[in-house]
Design a protein around this ligand. Structure first.
Ligand code: LLP
Length: 416
């Protein structure tokens, strides 16, 4: 389920040996397989069919070059900020395929979205709907809107990435949403075109998604009885991937859950998939700097850190770690840790890895989604480059940051 494999003892992504990438770009370094991303996008778009707008959730990985590919393949985009809007437009994405999610859209962001003529704003509160109505009135137009409802289903995922329960900050409670639709249906600057939900991320069991879709369907049907005809139902993202031993749903499983919940309904669908498209396309390459032992506990100190890939520190997420060169060295139980000054700076705990020599490289898999996108410059560490592999070829799609990149916003403010 991922494009990384050994050939003659060397780890490859597709037809490209990763050691060549290390030699060319150094470590730490993010590497993505174009083929994997393309296959995943097309598999979902095909399974979901022409009645579905398959959007890519830009927050998972917002590299312009990946967005450009997705735009060329016909994807829509789910954005959550004016910055993501600018990226998608710069990459050549079709504004008519953009949905804008998020609980805190500013006036400027709403204006920019309406100005670009995006497909739909997913609205998360009555106050936000009022603000959008005001901005649209000022601009002399109508805003295309879906209310994001909170269907109050338990997605069964990590609490930080579960969003569909009533105690979460997201969405409008489903009962209140019906009132709001009916109240605002007459507002001249609001055009209700859909209803949306997103219940959480890294879903392995899709039953909760089916339950959410059925609740949206009920709401859709109730609204229709009141004369409010919506054109689409947006089910959000959330399809999980295999990091360890999970058995994630296939594109066909996903389509079947939606077909089942929405059977017989003449309505367009929108989905907003991030991780399922890009998660297993990417790896973070890192060099072993030191082995150390503290009273019987072994540590493998590498040159990447939590600033590069935060998921293990933040969620206790499990990422597979493979040596770039297949190794006959004995297995050593160890923590794989970075150089950042925090105990939470780790990639793996109590993991059995071949005790490869210092200077050898490791690949941390499953790093394509929420990897670079959540990276920072903490500890004044320049962010890693990103490299795209196409077959046997690789090209840089984001250069390594320099110290000058980090210092210049401060140096722009005179020191003396
Ligand atoms: N739509 C909305 C409204 C979302 O909030 C999200 C993700 C998505 C779509 C895409 O979800 P996906 O298909 O990627 O599951 N940083 C966390 C994940 C946070 C997800 C936030 N929302 C992680 O590394 O696991």
């Amino acid at each position: 389920m991922h494009p990384f494999h050994y050939q003659n003892g060397q780890l490859y992504v597709d037809d490209c040996p990763l050691h060549e990438i290390v030699a060319r770009y150094g470590t730490p370094c993010y590497v993505y397989s174009e083929l994997h991303l393309r296959e995943r996008y097309h598999a979902f778009a095909h399974a979901l069919g022409a009645q579905t707008l398959t959007c890519y959730a830009v927050k998972a990985n917002s590299n312009l070059h990946l967005l450009r590919l997705l735009a060329q393949w016909g994807a829509g985009f789910d954005i959550v900020s004016g910055g993501e809007l600018a990226r998608v437009l710069r990459a050549g994405g079709d504004p008519k395929k953009i949905v804008f999610s998020g609980v805190g859209k500013s006036r400027e962001e709403i204006r920019a979205a309406l100005d670009a003529g995006i497909f739909c704003l997913n609205v998360e509160s009555a106050a936000e709907l009022e603000r959008i109505a005001e901005v649209a009135t000022e601009m002399g137009g109508r805003a295309p809107v879906a209310l994001r409802v909170n269907p109050d289903v338990d997605a069964g995922t990590h609490q930080y990435i579960a969003t569909g329960l009533k105690e979460s900050k997201f969405g409008i409670p489903i009962a209140a949403a019906e009132d709001l639709y009916r109240r605002a249906a007459e507002w001249p600057s609001i055009e209700f075109i859909g209803v949306a939900a997103h219940i959480g991320s890294q879903l392995i069991d899709l039953q909760p998604l089916g339950a959410a879709a059925r609740r949206l369907r009920d709401l859709y049907e109730r609204l229709r009885r009141h004369g409010i005809e919506l054109a689409h139902i947006d089910l959000g993202g959330g399809v999980g991937i295999r990091y360890h031993d999970e058995v994630p749903p296939s594109p066909a499983d996903y389509a079947a859950i939606l077909d089942d919940a929405l059977a017989g309904l003449e309505v367009h669908r929108v989905v907003e998939l991030g991780r399922a498209l890009v998660g297993n396309a990417g790896t973070l390459l890192t060099r072993v700097e030191y082995w150390k032992e503290n009273e019987g506990k072994h540590f493998c100190v590498v040159d990447a850190a939590m600033n590069d890939l935060l998921r293990p520190s933040l969620y206790g997420a499990w990422h597979e770690i493979l040596p770039l060169r297949q190794s006959a060295a004995p297995l050593q139980e160890c923590d794989v840790v970075g150089p950042v000054c925090e105990s939470g700076d780790f990639f793996a705990k109590n993991r059995s890895l071949p005790a490869v020599p210092v200077g050898e490289n490791l690949a941390i898999l499953g790093a394509g989604a929420y990897g670079f996108a959540m990276s920072s410059q903490y500890n004044t560490r320049p962010r890693a480059p990103e490299v795209l592999v196409q077959g046997a070829e690789s090209r840089c799609i984001r250069r390594r940051e320099t110290l000058a990149d980090l210092l210049s916003p401060e140096e722009d403010c005179p020191l003396d």
